[in-house]
Design a binder for this molecule. Structure first.
Ligand SMILES: [Zn+2]
Length: 387
């Protein structure tokens, strides 16, 4: 064998080994099933495809948890992991699913809204494939997903995404972004089917409130806030002022822009009777100028570059050496969700939603997030779900 052929053969072998090795990891990530223990408040679990048949049998289908109180009242839909690279959302949703009890009304939770996106990753940014949350019984393993659905589930992308039905021109990538494809359609691209199914759920179940939970960069002004259209503004403002005054963390309200289409807080409000809200909590992991995108950065939010930018007043949130730990972010979201429900219930007593055994900000900061997750190996028969 000539020297040239030898180099070529060795290169092909190295390439094949690396491709197989990474392929196995991507396969394991895509097919890992997250155990979710349905807590004492869960009364039924359905699939999102029950509201749009086109989702059946696809990677975009996902569980919908219902926590129905004994007494009739109002209804709220909580959506998490619209963006699966903002896992503060699914952690907050699981804290609710595994612990909350509903006394009056109904709480509906979709913990893995863009299920396909949660099985996608961002190798160019060096995203970890998984992260572990420590608990009293060991650690709970989560998939770290991406902002957009996997091209394995929805492909090819158009040159430009033409929003339906407003026809606004959006980035080609937004066709796989479930915070741009609202209100969706039953025969559109897969992610439009996901948002269409949620719209059908809101309309068929006569849902009063919808909350879409996110995380955002510390260098982005829309963070530590509730985004609300005009119709939700009064409740958002009172809820924001109350948590700021009573619970000791910063929060403000941002208006939902009227001319920017496809977002949950815009289209849910315009295309249903539901009052929408979108919550953001600071997530240093998402900022561009950070060190490596490690699990530690994701969970603790500590980064020397962000700290230095904070000293130069480049951030939109307070930031010091303690970083922005996950328990603070989850705690903020839990408190804001509970306060929005509380404010709505006070103004609409016949449509009240009363929840007990759901932790607030101070509880999460004191106990940590893992404290609220139950051991799937000890789950009661019929109460374990995989998503
Ligand atoms: Zn987001």
């Amino acid at each position: 064998m000539s020297r040239n052929s030898m180099i070529k053969t060795v290169s092909v072998i190295i390439f094949a080994v690396l491709t197989t090795w990474s392929g196995i990891q991507f396969y394991q990530h895509r097919h890992y099933q997250l155990p979710i223990v349905a807590g004492p408040g869960v009364t039924k679990v359905v699939k999102l495809s029950d509201y749009c048949a086109g989702l059946k049998g696809t990677m975009a289908d996902t569980h919908v948890f219902f926590l129905q109180g004994k007494e009739e009242g109002g209804k709220i839909l909580i959506i998490a992991n619209t963006h699966s690279n903002e896992p503060v959302a699914i952690l907050s949703a699981l804290v609710m699913i595994e612990n909350a009890r509903v006394e009056k009304g109904t709480v509906i939770i979709i913990p893995q809204f863009n299920n396909s996106g949660s099985r996608n990753t961002k190798p160019g940014d060096g995203y970890p494939l998984f992260f572990d949350v420590p608990t009293g019984w060991g650690s709970k393993k989560f998939r770290m997903g991406n902002r957009n659905a996997s091209p394995l589930d929805q492909w090819p992308d158009p040159d430009v995404y033409v929003h339906y039905p407003e026809r606004q021109l959006l980035s080609y990538l937004d066709v796989r972004n479930t915070n741009r494809t609202w209100p969706g359609r039953s025969d559109g691209p897969l992610m439009e089917k996901v948002t269409y199914a949620a719209m059908q759920l809101l309309r068929e179940e006569h849902v009063d409130l919808a909350i879409d939970i996110h995380g955002a960069e510390t260098m982005f002004p829309v963070t530590n806030c509730i985004v609300a259209p005009d119709k939700s503004m009064r409740i958002a403002t009172i809820a924001s002022m109350t948590v700021t005054a009573m619970e000791g963390f910063e929060n403000h309200v941002e208006p939902s822009p009227k001319g920017f289409r496809g977002l949950s807080h815009r289209e849910i409000g315009d295309y249903s009777d539901t009052l929408p809200f979108l919550l953001e909590a600071p997530t240093p992991f998402l900022d561009q100028p950070t060190g490596p995108k490690t699990v530690d950065l994701l969970l603790k939010g500590k980064d020397p570059f962000i700290l230095s930018l904070s000293k130069q007043k480049k951030l939109f949130v307070p930031y010091d050496k303690s970083g922005w730990p996950m328990e603070k972010r989850v705690g903020q979201h839990c408190s804001v969700v509970l306060e929005i429900m509380h404010q709505y219930s006070m103004k609409n007593p016949d449509r009240a939603i009363l929840v007990s055994n759901a932790p607030h900000y101070a509880d999460l900061v004191k106990n940590g997030v893992g404290h609220y997750f139950h051991n799937p190996n000890e789950a009661k028969k019929g109460s374990l779900y995989f998503n």
